[in-house]
Design a protein around this ligand. Structure first.
Ligand SMILES: NC(=O)c1ccc[n+]([C@@H]2O[C@H](COP(=O)([O-])OP(=O)(O)OC[C@H]3O[C@@H](n4cnc5c(N)ncnc54)[C@H](OP(=O)(O)O)[C@@H]3O)[C@@H](O)[C@H]2O)c1
Length: 278
C-alpha cells in the first residue's frame, strides 16, 4: 500500500510532500538504484543538490520510474561558488536531472563573507518567473539573513532548510521563519545517524512502546512538529522503514521527552552557517 504522506501548503500556494528522500553522500554510482527503491516504496519528494554530484542518478531513476512528473517533487540547490551565476547553474542541474523544471530551488548556504546571497536571491526570483523552478527557498539562512532578504525583495522564500534534529532543535530559527510564513525543512533529521540519539532512552522507550524503530520515532517527532524532512539511507530496508511512519502517533508526553534532548549549539553535527563560504 502506498504510504499516505501529508502535503504541506507553502506561502506561494504550492504544496510539498512533508516526507521525502535525501541523497546527500549517496555515491553517484548508487543513486539511480537507491532513488528507484525510494520511489518504489512510495516517496514522491527527492532532495538533492548540485554539490552532491548525483543529480544525474536522481534523473535516471525518475525517468525509469514512469511516475508522472506532476506527482513528483524535486529539490536541488545552488552551490556557494555560483551566487553570481544562478541561471547557468540551474540550467546545468536541469540538464543533469533530465528535467525542464525543478519544484524547488534553494540557495544552499548564505556565505555571508561573500555577501552575494541577496544578488543570488534576485536571480532565483527571475528563474521562478521563467518557470525553470516552481518555488524558491533558502538553506542554512540565519534569521538575520532572512530579515535582509525581506528588506530587499518582495518575494519570500517558501522554506529554510536547516540542520534540525532532537539534539539541535533550532526553536529560535523556527520562530524567525514562522514570522515570515516560511516553512522549515530539517536536514540531518536523524542527526546523520548519531548513535547516541538513536540509543537515547527517551527515543528507545517510545520505539518499544509503539513497536517501531528509534529512527521511525524521530521521524514522527519531526512530522508531528510540522517540519518537512527527507532522511537519507543507503539501505533499501531502512529507506522503506523511514516512510512506514503513518501507523502510529507519539503522545504529547513522548513528544516532550524527545524535546528534552535539545543540546543547543553543542548538538550540531554539521558546520555553523556563519562558517561556510566554499
Ligand atoms: N542543506 C544542507 O546544507 C544539507 C546538509 C546535509 C543534508 N541535507 C539534506 O538532508 C538529507 C538528510 O540529511 P543527512 O543525509 O545529512 O542525514 P540523516 O538523514 O539525518 O541521517 C542519515 C544517516 O542515518 C542513517 N540512517 C538512516 N535511516 C536509518 C534507520 N532507519 N536506522 C538507523 N540509521 C539510519 C544513515 O545510514 P545508512 O545510509 O547507512 O542507512 C545515515 O548514516 C540529506 O540527504 C540531504 O538531502 C542538506
Amino acid at each position: 500500500m502506498t504510504p499516505k504522506v501529508p502535503a504541506i501548503t507553502l506561502n506561494d500556494n504550492t504544496s510539498i510532500p512533508q516526507l521525502g528522500f535525501g541523497v546527500f553522500q549517496i555515491p553517484p554510482a548508487d543513486t539511480e538504484r537507491l532513488v528507484s527503491v525510494a520511489l518504489e516504496a512510495g516517496y514522491r519528494h527527492i532532495d538533492t543538490a548540485a554539490i552532491y554530484g548525483n543529480e544525474a542518478g536522481v534523473g535516471r531513476a525518475i525517468a525509469a520510474s514512469g511516475i508522472p512528473r506532476e506527482e513528483l517533487y524535486v529539490t536541488t540547490k545552488l552551490w556557494n561558488d555560483r551566487h553570481d551565476d544562478a541561471g547557468a547553474a540551474l540550467d546545468e542541474s536541469l540538464e543533469r536531472l533530465g528535467l525542464d523544471r525543478v519544484d524547488l530551488y534553494l540557495i544552499h548556504w548564505p556565505c555571508p563573507a561573500q555577501n552575494r546571497y541577496v544578488e543570488a536571491w534576485q536571480q532565483l526570483v527571475g528563474l521562478r518567473e521563467k518557470g525553470l523552478t516552481t518555488s524558491i527557498g533558502v538553506s542554512n539562512f540565519l534569521p538575520e539573513h532572512i530579515d535582509r532578504l525581506s528588506m530587499t525583495s518582495r518575494v519570500t522564500p517558501v522554506v529554510n532548510q536547516i540542520e534540525l534534529h532532537p539534539a539541535l532543535q533550532q526553536w529560535k530559527d523556527i520562530d524567525a521563519a514562522r514570522v515570515h510564513g516560511i516553512r522549515v525543512e530539517a536536514w540531518a533529521p536523524l542527526g546523520q545517524g548519531r548513535t547516541d540519539l538513536l540509543e537515547a532512552p527517551e527515543i528507545v522507550d517510545a520505539a518499544t512502546a509503539h513497536g517501531v524503530s528509534p529512527a521511525q520515532v524521530i521521524i514522527r517527532w519531526h512530522l508531528q512538529n510540522g517540519v518537512i524532512l527527507f532522511p537519507k539511507s543507503s539501505h533499501p530496508e531502512r529507506i522503506r522503514e523511514n516512510i512506514d511512519v503513518f501507523g502510529f502517533e507519539l503522545s504529547s508526553g513522548e513528544m516532550a521527552d524527545i524535546t528534552s534532548l535539545d543540546e543547543g549549539e553543542d548538538g550540531r553535527v554539521g558546520p555553523h552557517p556563519s562558517d561556510v563560504e566554499s
